[in-house]
Ligand binder design. Sequence first.
Ligand code: IPE
Ligand code: IPE
Ligand code: MG
Length: 278
Amino acid sequence: MPQQWVQEQTDTDLEIQRLLKQSSQLPRHIAIIMDGNGRWAQERGLPRYEGHREGINSVRDIVKASATLGIQYLTLYAFSMENWKRPKQEISVLMELLQYYLKVETPELKANNVRLQAIGKLNALPKRVYRQLLRSINETADNTGLTLTLALSYSGRWDLVRAMQLIALDIRRGKLSPEDITEELVSSYLLTADLPDPDLVIRTSGEMRLSNFLLWETAYSEIYITHKYWPDFRRNDLYQALVDYLRRERRFGLTSEQIRQQRQQFDNVEYLLRHDES
Ligand code: IPE
Ligand code: IPE
Ligand code: MG
């Protein structure tokens, strides 16, 4: 039987989520560049793929925490178009792991109302993986909770070029004229057309770059970079990122008393994070 994620939550976790939910400013869309798997493994004298394997446990925990917290959109950068240039053996382990994750996790995603999607040049994936991905997407298509989008064989520039080609084709067909090209129109031709722009982008492992991730969509995103490697990044690290994000938000229109009260809530979350033994 697939697990109900709310039933797995500890009392501290429930309390942290309760406090965070009191903020009306939680991000609608969180996008994460999951980086540092290789270094995590190498620092332990392990082969790089062990880092990818452990990274799956982080994916599970972050998906569960986001879903129970009521985040609407979570986008995970799992494999870039540039990553095809990695050694064949590493690519094949990553593809195996992706297939395994999708197969094992789909029933739980289904049971927890998560809708799976993917963006990227998906037909570049090995056939088996591509078929499993489509199956998982279909099986979760009617879910109405968290929308989990995997960026696979993804490149932000590639998606922009693709959009420009489609726009040019529609102009040639007479469906559009150049004056129709607005920011909204460009957004509507991207693979992310159905997603709001990310409010918060998280990158693990300390690198200060976007690596071709959601170039158009991140124009106004808040960026949070942590030195933790992805396999070490778990729900408490997500909560810390959220507290940081919420503190950064400017709250025009509120009184200073209201802002003080909200800040107090974040202090309470940080207190719980410091004392969480679980
Ligand atoms: C992220 O970890 C996973 C993918 C890019 C697929 P890396 O494999 O990039 O790990 P590092 O950055 O080499 O440590
Ligand atoms: C970015 O990580 C891509 C993913 C997390 C899937 P990389 O490790 O490939 O990025 P660079 O090469 O350090 O920029
Ligand atoms: Mg990397």
